[in-house]
Write a protein that binds this ligand. Structure first.
Ligand code: PLP
Ligand code: COI
Length: 340
């Protein structure tokens, strides 16, 4: 595809074909040399564990074209660590941090022409994925695995971009079990979220705010993103075993502290939403998407966070600082960027 056909500023969060992806196979206890390919398909055994028993994990991170023209990959090491955690969670072979970094950098460099220009608001989304390859009919982990990294240029995840949206609470669905796979980035978690997500979209909400699956008393996370709010001037975000430890959330907590705010990561009762002044969904894809209103569809209660539907000052400041670091406009004081 010719990149001059791409309307960078109006990209959605979708799949645009790029030039190459990179792959490695785990066999006989070791990862193979990296293969570069322009093929977008894989040859998979019909009894592969990825197909039958859900041995599939992935990551999501982004590369940005900076003000200085350089490409920056955000928090590469953190994503490397998290996919290895997910692998251990599903008894898959963990990808080494070294291999992960090398493959992500290689995938970005090979597709450099797809890194959106500075100022477009778009970025290059990097999707590492690992699957179990071995044929297995009894429920057991595979012996062989494939690790693949592909990239695709993307715009905002919520089509509204930084415009506040409404989210909803529905108790009839859980994405994960209380001591289940929620803390890992496992494909099955997303399969389990499809019905609730679809219903929310049909009702005009951008995402579902899940409650903790055990007691349904505490806030958990927000569709494919973590949740945070501002209460009494503090940054509060749920502590929970059933949510993905978001690298964006971790970064925003650091930035909030840098800006002199107190940060609390703790159980947050649903009712506390009545006292929050701002709220947002945060993640690689969502960045920090302000929330205007949270509707509890079971009780009919509406928590109106932003009556004028304008992003609040704290979420705006955090979003701006995060973006500025990613784009090389603000000093990378915490060493989060890998500059190519
Ligand atoms: N929670 C879920 C369920 C997600 O899919 C994501 C996206 O990766 C996040 C949270 C945010 O995590 P991160 O900030 O590391 O992208
Ligand atoms: C991300 O933010 O990277 C995600 O994985 C969200 C998603 C589109 C599943």
């Amino acid at each position: 595809m010719a990149t001059n056909e791409l309307d960078w500023a109006n990209l959605s969060f979708g799949y645009v074909p790029t030039d190459y992806n990179v792959r490695s196979t785990f066999r006989d206890g070791k990862w193979s040399p990296i293969e570069e390919t322009d093929s977008t398909t894989i040859d998979l055994h019909i009894a592969a564990t990825a197909l039958h028993y859900g041995q599939e994990i992935f990551e999501g991170l982004k590369a940005f074209r900076g003000k200085d023209g350089k490409i920056r990959i955000f928090r590469l090491e953190e994503n490397a660590r998290r996919i290895a955690e997910s692998a251990r969670g599903l008894l898959m072979a963990p990808v080494t941090e070294e291999l992960f970094k090398e493959m992500v950098i290689r995938a970005v460099k090979l597709n450099e022409r797809f890194v959106p220009p500075y100022g477009s608001g778009a970025s290059l989304y990097i999707r590492p994925v690992e699957i179990g390859l071995s044929a297995q009919v009894g429920v057991a982990p595979a012996k062989e695995y494939a690790f693949i990294v592909f990239v695709t240029p993307v715009g905002p995840y919520f089509k509204e971009g930084f415009k506040p949206t409404n989210i909803c609470i529905m108790r009839e669905y859980d994405r994960v079990a209380p001591k289940g796979t929620g803390r890992w980035k496992v494909g099955g978690n997303y399969a389990a979220s499809l019905q609730a997500g679809m219903k929310a979209h049909e009702l005009g909400y951008s995402a579902v705010l899940y409650l903790d699956p055990k007691e349904k008393k505490y806030l958990d996370e927000c569709g494919p993103a973590n949740f945070f709010a501002i209460k009494d001037g503090k940054y509060i975000t749920p502590a929970s075993d059933s949510i993905l430890p978001s690298i964006t959330n971790k970064s925003l907590m650091t930035l909030a502290r840098d800006m002199g705010m107190e940060v609390e990561q703790r159980h947050i009762l649903l009712e506390e939403l009545a006292d929050v002044t701002e709220a947002a969904a945060c993640g690689t894809a969502a960045v920090a998407s302000p929330v205007a209103e949270i509707d509890d569809l079971d009780t009919g209660h509406k928590y109106v966070i932003l009556p004028d539907r304008k992003p609040g000052p704290v979420v705006t400041a955090l979003y701006d600082r995060l973006r500025a670091i990613q784009l090389g406009e603000y000093p990378d004081e915490h060493g989060w960027n890998t500059v190519l």
